[in-house]
Write a protein that binds this ligand. Sequence first.
Ligand code: MTE
Ligand code: MO
Length: 406
Amino acid sequence: MKRRFFIEKTTLAAMTTVVGAELVFGAKIPIGYTPLALQDPDPFKLFSKDNRMSVLNSKPWNIEAKAHLLDDKITPNKFMFIRNNGLIPENIDASSWTLTIDGESVKEKKTYTLADLKAKFRVHTYQLTLECGGNGRSEFDPPAKGNQWTIGAVSCAKWTGVRLRDVLEDAGIKDDAVYIGYHAADIHLSRNPEKEPISRGAPMAKVMQEETLLAFQMNGKDIPLAHGYPLRLVAGGWPASVSGKWINRISIRNKEHDGAKMTGTAYRVPCKPVAPGEKVADEDMCIIESMPVKSLITYPMSGAILKKGQKLNIRGHAWAGELEVAKMEYSIDFGSTWISCSLDKPANRLAWQHFSASVDFPKEGYYEVWSRATDSQGKAQPMLVPGWNPKGYLNNACHRIAVKIS
Ligand SMILES: Nc1nc2c(c(=O)[nH]1)N[C@H]1C(S)=C(S)[C@@H](COP(=O)(O)O)O[C@H]1N2
Ligand SMILES: [Mo]
């Protein structure tokens, strides 16, 4: 056979990079043939996810839930979305894992093992809402590049760990500290060790909150690998990109952190509203902080069919970033009138809240049930997709489900 029936040298080189070893008889691979090592493994088995989750991307892995899969009050691993910017770290050894605190504004650079962290600091558990800044991106027009999240990039698990504040104070925080930046063990898609897939952070006010954790457990067990084993930051209520996974270094900065995905359009939105599609100057972009008020009807699943005269018991969750949800309503007439739902208090600050209502339908036919949350400052969810921004962040439009009465 002639050489041209086989793969190109450049393709072979790319394959070698991905496989992480020499493809010994690589030159014999026919065109169009995908070696098993390059085929995607079953993500549901790989990550112990329910197979009704949606895979948005496999390189890197990005997987989201559906509204009705998020019905649990405490999100179990099997329904928790995965958002990766790079490749999951390989060969993690928790017994030799360390966390280093450094930066311009640390008094004394210090390194801790996981055992040090557990022994030295008080352990706390909080249920914390983590929503990807890009959740809802798929509905923006003109469309925004990136994972086309629908509504399923949100979770509220129980996280156990030590307070970030306690660890930083142990190393010593200088007066000029303004921000922290995290560094993690995940691998850049290029496999270039000089590059970080993501290195974000938060201003000191968020860092010093009692609920901001360096967590080593999720729902009472070791954190699953995909969610940051063995150590992750958890900063509830803020875009989940602040909650760095696989953390091995935190820098206390004397300026806003300038790591990967802190600048340009990444996790930033126009400081003032812009027209859809408009170009926005860099200096007019602001870092996303607290996430906006939002809700999700988790029961029933959209498309429910009921008999005439039957009441429909709906339920779901609502959250409001740093704030509490103060009011929860539903509408069955496309937002013309709203009826209140019963709304629970959060398990703790920064945890989502559960709502429920018993819905009456006037006659047979097709309906949509819409849910609308209002935060403690009086801001409600918009009925339609809110302010367009270049990367499609912060879509907190009302959630809706279809219901047929027959
Ligand atoms: N090290 C590291 N941390 C990370 C990320 C990442 O790619 N690498 N992704 C961030 C983003 S954008 C989100 S939305 C959350 C997702 O957390 P989850 O995958 O545990 O749901 O992790 C954040 N922390
Ligand atoms: Mo995200």
